[in-house]
Design a protein around this ligand. Structure first.
Ligand code: ATR
Length: 287
């Protein structure tokens, strides 16, 4: 069915990513390598879209018969009202990063959270069931990840946020799906004991010269998994220090980026994504 949609008229598949800014995006290089490895003729292009042009752009996607679009900052929420359907998980998360065009019917998905979990399981810890997880941050990225983590039957999830109320509200809204609570940074010390996996979803650590770490590594339980969504730098100070001082098993954000893209490519083509080729293209573009 997928083949009919994308190759019917032009014989090739059109894909792209909308964002503002967009020049820095590593998606085109990763997906074009993926398409090539799959032997599918087509192209994945970066599209700079200003916030006031989101609706027109989505209409243009239909007109030009793009098979798929990725959505990045700052449009992940704004695209939703322009789509025909939204996957329930993406709806709950409140963010769409992948759009699939089936003959003019556009459906929005969120592959960030499931991409993250696929990466975590394949690169750091294969079974998440019964694990105690602490997530730092309560924004869009955290919501995607928590939704996906809850599908893995963890023992508990603690959300830590600077704006503590936001963490609490998020926890309450998902309380029917598991043992989940929200706290402020001042409560980390009292709650971190017994944690198996610590995940930073905030931007703290993205600018190594100025940023502090979101948590003092000295209070992290020894030998646990410490994960950071940031992939540039490949390893944040939080990861390096928790490995050095606490012997932690560290997991950076590149895999999340890779697998969110892999899921998207699978949705668009109906074929298994060529993970190794995509990873290699991504790593060489990161330098
Ligand atoms: P994203 O989609 O990347 O999650 P977001 O929705 O804007 O972006 O959410 C950013 C998250 O990082 C929030 O949890 C934010 O905390 P607040 O809700 O208290 O604002 C967190 N964050 C950003 N900068 C931070 C900082 N310097 N220290 C602690 N938390 C920070």
């Amino acid at each position: 069915a997928a083949t009919e949609t994308w190759s019917s008229a032009s014989g090739s598949i059109l894909l792209g990513v909308i964002g503002c800014p967009i020049l820095q995006s590593k998606s085109p290089v990763m997906h074009n390598a993926g398409l090539k490895a799959l032997g599918i003729p087509g192209a994945y292009v970066p599209l700079h879209v200003n916030p006031d042009k989101v609706g027109e752009t989505i209409q243009a996607i239909r007109t030009l018969n793009f098979r798929g679009i990725n959505v990045t900052i700052p449009h992940k929420l704004a695209v939703i009202e322009h789509l025909d359907r939204v996957d329930p998980a993406a709806e709950a998360i409140g963010a769409v990063n992948t759009i699939v065009n089936d003959n003019g019917i556009l459906t929005g998905y969120n592959t960030d959270g499931i991409g993250y979990v696929r990466s975590l399981k394949s690169e750091a810890i294969s079974d998440l069931s019964g694990r105690k997880i602490m997530v730092i941050g309560a924004g869009g990225a955290a919501r995607g990840i928590i939704d996906a983590l809850l599908q893995e039957n963890p023992a508990s999830i603690i959300i830590v946020n600077r704006d503590e109320e936001k963490a609490r509200r998020l926890a309450v809204s998902w309380s029917s799906r598991g043992d989940i609570k929200g706290i402020g940074f001042d409560q980390i010390r009292g709650c971190i004991g017994g944690t198996d996996i610590l995940i930073n979803t905030t931007s703290v650590g993205m600018h190594p010269s100025v940023d502090e770490m979101p948590v003092d590594p000295d209070i992290i339980p020894e030998g646990i998994v410490v994960s950071d969504l940031i992939y540039n730098p490949l390893h944040t100070r939080l990861l390096l220090e928790s490995r050095k001082r606490r012997g932690c098993n560290i997991h950076g954000g590149v895999g999340m980026f890779l697998y969110q893209g892999a899921y998207a490519l699978e949705y668009w083509t109906g074929m298994p994504a060529p993970i190794d080729v995509m990873r290699e293209a991504l790593m060489s573009s990161l330098g």
